[in-house]
Design a protein around this ligand. Structure first.
Ligand code: NAD
Length: 288
C-alpha cells in the first residue's frame, strides 16, 4: 500500500531502537490487511521523552510502542492507563485518540496468548517463573489471573518477594517469591506444570547458558523461554530433548505485537504473517 496524505503513522520509541523487530512485524501486518498505516522506529534519548510525547500529539501519530528506557517514565505523559499499566508501572503501547493518550501494557497478555494459542490453558496449573524484571512482572500479573499458583525465583530474592506480595494483595494468596538458586529451581520444578524463563539468561551472545539442568526437565512440562534471540535457546533445546512442550519467545513477541495492533486498528492481527516476518528477520540475523 502506497503512502499518501491520509496514511496513519505508528511507531516504536526507545534507545537503542535500530534493531527493533516491531517495524518488520507491524508493517507486514498492515500490508497484509491492506491498512493505510505505516510503522517507523524513532530513537528517543532519555532527555527527549517529553518532546517526543508532545510530538506524538502535535504530529497526530496514531499509536506507539514504547521500549527501554521509556516504559516507566512515559506514564506521566499519558491521559489514562489500563489496569496492567497501573499495577506494573510500565506501558508498552499508546493509542492517540484526538490528542488523548491512553497507555496499555501488552507484554503479559502476549505471554498468556502465546500459551493459549499453543493449547496451554493455565487453569489449575502451577507456574515456575524465573526472573522478576520488567517482562517477568508483566507475565506474573497476567498469569496470576488464571493459574493455580506461581513461584517466582529471582537472582535478587527481595524483588521476587515484593512482586509476590503485590500479586497476592490483588489476586489472593497463590504467589510465592524466592531466591533463584539451582536447588530452588530443581525443587520447584518437581511439581511445576509450566516453566517460564523471563530472565535474559541464554540470550545472544551467551547462547550456551541456561538456568535449568537438562535432567530436571520432564515430558509433562510446558517450557516457555521468552528470550527470542536465538529463537531456540539452550533451555528450549534441552526441553525439546526431554519431551516437554516448548513455546519460543517469538510467540510472546508476536502476540504482544498482535495486541498492540488490535488497539491501534481495532482489527485482529494476522498472526501467521507476523510470525513469518519475525522469523525471517531473526533468521537473517538483523536483530538485537
Ligand atoms: P530486565 O532487565 O527487566 O530483567 C532481567 C531479568 O533477568 C531480571 O530478573 C534479572 O535478575 C535476570 N537475570 C539477568 N541475568 C541473570 C543471571 N545471570 N542469572 C539469573 N538471573 C539473571 O529485562 P526484561 O525486559 O524483563 O527482559 C528479560 C529478557 O526477556 C530479555 O532477554 C528480553 O529480550 C526478553 N523479552 C522478551 C519479550 C518477548 O516478547 N519475547 C518481551 C520482553 C522481554
Amino acid at each position: 500500500m502506497g503512502i499518501s496524505g491520509k496514511t496513519r503513522v505508528c511507531g516504536v520509541i526507545g534507545d537503542p531502537i535500530a534493531h527493533s523487530l516491531s517495524p518488520t512485524i507491524q508493517n507486514a501486518a498492515f500490508n497484509h490487511m491492506k491498512l493505510d498505516f505505516v510503522f517507523l522506529a524513532f530513537n528517543v534519548k532519555t532527555g527527549e521523552l517529553e518532546n517526543a510525547m508532545r510530538g506524538m500529539r502535535g504530529l497526530e501519530i496514531h499509536g506507539l510502542n514504547v521500549t527501554m528506557p521509556h516504559k516507566n517514565a512515559v506514564i506521566r505523559h499519558l491521559d489514562e492507563v489500563d489496569s496492567a499499566v497501573k499495577f506494573l508501572g510500565s506501558a508498552n503501547t499508546i493509542l492517540n485518540e484526538d490528542g488523548r493518550l491512553s497507555g496499555f501494557n501488552t507484554d503479559g497478555v502476549g505471554a498468556l496468548n502465546a500459551l493459549k494459542k499453543n493449547d496451554v490453558d493455565l487453569a489449575e496449573k502451577k507456574v515456575l517463573l524465573l526472573g522478576a524484571g520488567g517482562a517477568a512482572k508483566a507475565i506474573a500479573f497476567s498469569f496470576a489471573q488464571e493459574a493455580e499458583s506461581i513461584c517466582i525465583l529471582n537472582r535478587a530474592p527481595e524483588k521476587a518477594a515484593v512482586l509476590a506480595d503485590a500479586l497476592n494483595r490483588v489476586f489472593g494468596m497463590k504467589v510465592v517469591g524466592g531466591a533463584l538458586s539451582p536447588n530452588a529451581v530443581q525443587k520447584s520444578l518437581q511439581d511445576a506444570d509450566v516453566l517460564v524463563n523471563a530472565t535474559s539468561v541464554g540470550m545472544h551472545p551467551h547462547v550456551d547458558q541456561s538456568l535449568v539442568v537438562p535432567q530436571w526437565l520432564k515430558p509433562d512440562l510446558t517450557v516457555m523461554d521468552i528470550v527470542y534471540n536465538p529463537v531456540a535457546t539452550k533451555l528450549a533445546k534441552d526441553a525439546k530433548a526431554a519431551g516437554a512442550k516448548v513455546i519460543s519467545g517469538v510467540e510472546m513477541l508476536i502476540y504482544q505485537g498482535a495486541a498492540s495492533f488490535k488497539i491501534w486498528t481495532g482489527k485482529s492481527a494476522p498472526i501467521e504473517v507476523m510470525r513469518k516476518a519475525a522469523l525471517t528477520k531473526l533468521g537473517a540475523g538483523e536483530h538485537r
